[in-house]
Ligand binder design. Sequence first.
Ligand SMILES: CC(=O)SCCNC(=O)CCNC(=O)[C@H](O)C(C)(C)COP(=O)(O)OP(=O)(O)OC[C@H]1O[C@@H](n2cnc3c(N)ncnc32)[C@H](O)[C@@H]1OP(=O)(O)O
Ligand SMILES: N[C@@H](CCO)C(=O)O
Length: 421
Amino acid sequence: MAHCLAILAHMASPPTLVPGSVGSVETRYLDLPAPIRLDCGRELHPVRVAYETYGELSPERDNVILVCHALSGDAHAAGHSAEPPAESTRDGFGAERRDGAAGKGLGWWDGMIGPGKAFDTDRFFVISTNLLGGCRGTTGPSSIDPATGQPYGSDFPVVTVSDMVRTQRAFLDVLGIDRLAAVAGGSLGGMQALEWAVLFPDLVDAVVVIASTHALHTQGVAWNAIARNAIMGDPAWQNGHYYGTGRTPDAGMGVARMVGHVTYLSAPALTERFGRRLQFADDIRYTLREPEFEIESYLRHQAGSFVKRFDANTYLYTSRALTYFDLARQHGDGSLARALEGVSARTLLIAFSSDWLYPPSASEQIEQALRALGKPVEFEVIDAPYGHDCFLLEEAQQIPIIRRFLGDGETNPHSREERSS
Ligand SMILES: CC(=O)SCCNC(=O)CCNC(=O)[C@H](O)C(C)(C)COP(=O)(O)OP(=O)(O)OC[C@H]1O[C@@H](n2cnc3c(N)ncnc32)[C@H](O)[C@@H]1OP(=O)(O)O
Ligand SMILES: N[C@@H](CCO)C(=O)O
């Protein structure tokens, strides 16, 4: 009888998928029970991880998707933030920075995570963590160093993408999750997804790597160096020990964000949007200090909002980690193919035609290496004009590709409708 009911359930019309919101969410915090051993040779303890979850964990715990954020994101990936920050205020990067990466209290990938969306919370239990070295609740340079009772500052160890992934693994162990249906992310988040597939091949079924690379190209390393030098060259940086001094390297970090932001956009998109239009249309004002062009004003705005929500030291550490990332060097003695030999996850690579910072050619190299090894891999280049930040903006084109890759959900045993039938 139960068997018949199950068949009937399958014969019924599939549920209509209307993309929705995950609603109100709360960031939670978990302290890891053991130290994290880092690539640099040091151990880090204590380590706290800030995280959010969306959807329902299946009884078999086999429907978990880990979402990894990019340089300036945080654990708040979807839904509306429910609460004022609690623990994260301890490091001084909480309350006034509450609006988070995407602003207005909405998660930075809200368009991609939720019922009927790319990472469908009717099927999957999505977990998002703030990365190691972060400033939004996970242990980072603004956290208290137990050895001194003061914030680490630049005494925080230099961390790598592998360290971030090992921290996520330790965090998931505490939650009792020993297998991931998928790991997904854009940019630095995509690097983490790749690192998961290489470091823990037996634990990951699929990876979704968007606007990312196996190793940032020379120009990308150079832009990151310029950004870090802008921060470290600001006298208010104070060798990284600015917490509690009343001075923060806002000027340097503002420049870093301006540089970064231009690299996240395409030249045609900038031209299309701003051209050479003057901020004050009447005429030029013969001023050195004030923004004269709309693009100057826009960049100043981006810089100003960024310094209100982000810690300069976290920028330095995160930027350093993404420039170190190099699968071939770290795992393949210089060979990307050798680095990927052990991967068993299905891989989806998505790149954007206008992304010159993480260009489609980098994803293509990964695709070719995986294909030559006989690994299951799909690669899609989305034609979109906005540059690297397309992974945050071009949801409509990404959603069907990712949904198809993850299965359409109609036969998934963990879809909410089928579980309740
Ligand atoms: C990926 C992760 O893990 S999280 C990190 C993602 N988040 C970020 O990077 C945050 C920074 N924001 C951005 O990079 C971008 O805003 C995106 C990519 C997220 C979204 O892009 P868009 O929605 O197109 O935002 P856009 O680039 O138009 O910026 C809009 C802002 O510029 C302001 N603006 C636009 N033109 C001007 C101008 N001429 N002068 C001054 N300000 C201007 C708008 O008023 C608006 O301000 P607000 O954000 O304070 O409301
Ligand atoms: N704009 C995004 C993309 C960086 O890769 C961020 O700030 O995190």
